[in-house]
Ligand binder design. Structure first.
Ligand SMILES: [Zn+2]
Length: 208
C-alpha cells in the first residue's frame, strides 16, 4: 500500500497531502492512509486499520477525510477490494471543465472502463461526495469528481492503482489530441467490431 502511495506521488498524480488509498482486509475491516500525509512519504505508520464499520481500531491516527467515499464504494461493490483517490492534473482538468471522458476515442480505454463518467460537484470530505458518485459506482470503475479529482477502484490495490494511471494517461492523450484539432471518435461500425473483440478476447461487454 505504501508502494502504491509512492507511485501516485512520483507520477504526479497527487501533490502535497492530496489523495487517499484504502484496501479491504481478508478477515473483514479495512486499512486506509491517515489524514494529512504526503503520499510520497507514506510508511506503515501512516496506515490506519479500520473495523468492518469503518471505525479506527486504535485511537490517535485519523483516517483519510474521504473515508466515507471509500466505504460507500465497498458497501456498493462487494467485488471491490481497493480504492484510490487522486488529483491527477489532466483528468482533474477535464473534471474542472465539466467534461466527462465518455466519448469512444481510445479502444483500450473503452475495453478497460467503458466510459469514464463525471459525477456532479460535491464538497470534498463530506458525505455529499458519496451521494454524488452513487449513480455510477455499480457500473463503472473510474469516476471523475467535478472540480475535484478522480476515484478508481478494483479487485486489488494494483488493479485500482493501474486504473488511476490509465485514466490520467487517457486524459493526457485526449487533451493533446484536442490541441491538434480534436479527437476522431470511433464510428459505430468500429465500436461494434471492438465489442466483438472484447467479448471474444476478454469475455466481457463494453459498458457505456
Ligand atoms: Zn480529493
Amino acid at each position: 500500500m505504501a508502494d502504491v502511495c509512492h507511485r501516485l506521488y512520483d507520477r504526479g498524480l497527487v501533490t502535497a497531502t492530496d489523495g487517499n488509498v484504502s484496501a479491504r482486509l481478508p478477515g473483514g475491516g479495512f486499512v486506509a492512509t491517515r489524514s494529512g500525509v504526503n503520499k510520497g512519504m507514506v510508511t506503515g505508520k501512516d496506515l490506519v486499520r479500520l473495523t468492518a464499520e469503518g471505525e479506527p481500531e486504535s485511537k490517535g491516527k485519523r483516517p483519510s477525510t474521504e473515508l466515507d467515499m471509500h466505504l460507500f464504494i465497498y458497501r456498493m461493490r462487494p467485488d471491490v477490494n481497493a480504492v484510490v483517490h487522486a488529483h491527477p492534473p489532466y483528468a482533474t482538468a477535464f473534471a474542472a471543465a465539466g467534461v466527462a471522458l465518455d466519448q469512444p476515442v481510445l479502444p483500450e480505454i473503452l475495453v478497460t472502463f467503458g466510459t469514464i463518467p463525471l459525477a456532479p460537484y460535491a464538497t470534498p470530505s463530506t458525505p455529499d461526495v458519496a451521494q454524488s458518485i452513487a449513480p455510477f459506482v455499480g457500473t463503472h470503475t473510474a469516476i471523475l469528481l467535478a472540480n475535484h479529482g478522480v476515484v478508481t477502484y478494483g479487485s486489488d490495490l494494483i488493479d485500482a492503482y493501474f486504473r488511476m494511471e490509465k485514466v490520467e494517461h487517457a486524459a493526457t492523450i485526449i487533451f493533446r489530441a484536442g490541441l491538434l484539432g480534436g479527437v476522431r471518435n470511433l464510428t459505430g461500425e468500429e465500436l461494434n467490431r471492438l465489442r466483438d473483440a472484447s467479448r471474444r478476447n476478454y469475455g466481457k461487454d463494453i459498458s457505456t
